[in-house]
Write a protein that binds this ligand. Structure first.
Ligand code: FE
Length: 185
């Protein structure tokens, strides 16, 4: 009889233990899924195949954004551009630079002393063309923007040197209104 009781206790113990283990495993799966979900929501990465990029970008945009090309100096549409607003990624639309931080570096490319926020622009070492440079990329789609150098103005001392072709531009709202008013006159 004692053997029988011990046996029942062991079986009960095993059943409870198994139930606890199943519960813990299920909870960790839920947390893991939540964690991944959170990560995806925060990154909002834009991932496309090369064929897809070729389908949605012009050949000039593709060669610079996806093949890390460089537009000719002094030829870009935003080099001398001075309207107030936000420069966005031509690949995915992410906001990258404010006109408030744009300045004339004399380099021939649109230059900014800081991005809209650090998270928007990723950096990578670039040792091509026998130079050591820091490449800048859109953090959302990985599109090549240009390079960042240490010869910029205060307060950061940085020069984000960007291809116009990597950018689109959105006028600031009050500027849009006054432009419409002027157009209607
Ligand atoms: Fe992008």
């Amino acid at each position: 009889m004692i053997v029988g009781l011990v046996g029942t206790a062991v079986v009960k113990f095993m059943v409870v233990n198994t139930a606890i283990m199943i519960f813990l495993a299920a909870s960790s799966m839920i947390f893991a899924q939540d964690g991944n979900l959170q990560k995806n929501i925060m990154n909002e990465s834009v991932v496309k195949s090369e064929e897809e990029w070729q389908g949605c970008l012009t050949s000039e945009e593709y060669s610079i954004l996806r093949e890390k090309g460089t537009e000719m100096a002094f030829t870009g549409k935003y080099y001398k551009h001075s309207e107030e607003g936000v420069y966005t990624c031509a690949g995915c639309g992410q906001e990258l630079f404010s006109s408030d931080t744009k300045y004339d570096s004399g380099s021939g490319w649109p230059s900014f002393w800081q991005p809209i926020s650090k998270e928007k622009v990723a950096t990578e070492k670039d040792n091509s063309l026998f130079m050591q440079r820091t490449e800048i990329l859109c953090s959302r789609c990985g599109g090549h923007l240009g390079h960042v150098f240490n010869d910029g103005p205060r307060p950061t001392g940085l020069r984000y040197c960007v291809n116009s072709i990597s950018l689109d531009f959105e006028l600031r709202k009050n500027e849009t209104v006054s432009k419409q008013e002027n157009d209607s006159k």
